[in-house]
Design a protein around this ligand. Sequence first.
Ligand code: PLP
Length: 389
Amino acid sequence: MTDQDRHLPQVETIAAAYGVAMDPAFGAIAPPLYLSSTYEFAGYGQPRVYDYGRSGNPTRDMLADALAELEGGAGAVITSSGMAALDLLVSSLRVGDCVVAPHDCYGGTMRLLKARADRGQIALRLVDQGDEAAFGAALEGSPALVLIETPSNPLMRVVDIVALATRAKAVGAEVAVDNTFLSPAIQRPILLGADYVIHSTTKYLNGHSDVIGGAVVAADQGKVDQLRQWANIVGSAGAPFDAWLTLRGLRTLFARLAYQQANAMAVAHHLENHPAVAKVHYPGLRSHPGHGIANRQQRGFGAMLSFELAGGAEAVRRFLAAVRFFTLAESLGGVESLVAHPATMTHADMGEDARAVAGIGEGLLRFSIGLEAERDLIAGLEEGLTACI
Ligand code: PLP
């Protein structure tokens, strides 16, 4: 049998088994963790594969290779956080380059982009990427980079990656997609035309709320090399132990998300029919404006959703005091269910005006749905909702 005839592993297999049983020293099933910060040269002028931990580390590289395969990219760079991943890309642009980003992106993303724009390092255009005309107008500024976040955080707005990437590339821009909310188990933006995928590996990829990390996957090997070099220059690489934990979390990515998104669908249906709820934002619902696009470009609808309580800020206060099985906390993508109030937490730094433009109101709550029993989640949720009426 030639190499070409051999069956290639599916993404589920890559997640479960990348690097398993590859230890030449002892035949360890779980990949070894290399903590060493430095490496012995074979002799004078003879560095080995690794010489210094900022430049490269075998454990970090194993995670990078697994993520690159999962996303369908040429390679990846593992960073110390999701923000460091985004900044690796943004800080490698030339001074004055224009970045087009969604006006309703993650608050930390907006803070980073605005901070770099305020210092004159980039030109920034924030735009409703679901509005064709507004997106077209933003492209007239000849951007170097178009950043897409779909579904968006926290409003779960879905945009068409193929359509946006085609238009962005027609004006010479590169395209990066933040795939944190779905992971490659559900969406693979490089196969839809993106040049880069950005991750907060803190979220679904690690999945256990015990690591802060990030990754940039690039479609093109030349870009991977450039980003690796830049990560070495600025020193933004992730820690080996974090990479090892993330690789361990990755093993169960597909199984976790299958269960979590089934729970999310049940929670969304429950919310949709409740008198205390004014609106539910979950792309799995037929009523969601992005349902059709999500159906086309995703392999499922994910386990994030948000909803608006009809009673505004006072209802939020009552809900949070009464709800059970959802912990009030930032972050998402772990095995446990969390609830966040974007206006005072994840998106507080955006400022009231920008929140109003993006549509993030006082009554909006965001859920990250975990692996608890569906019945418990619905019962705990009902206790919160009953308190709001
Ligand atoms: N991108 C999205 C969509 C996020 O939700 C977050 C964090 O919440 C980040 C990026 C930033 O990741 P990190 O907290 O790992 O820096």
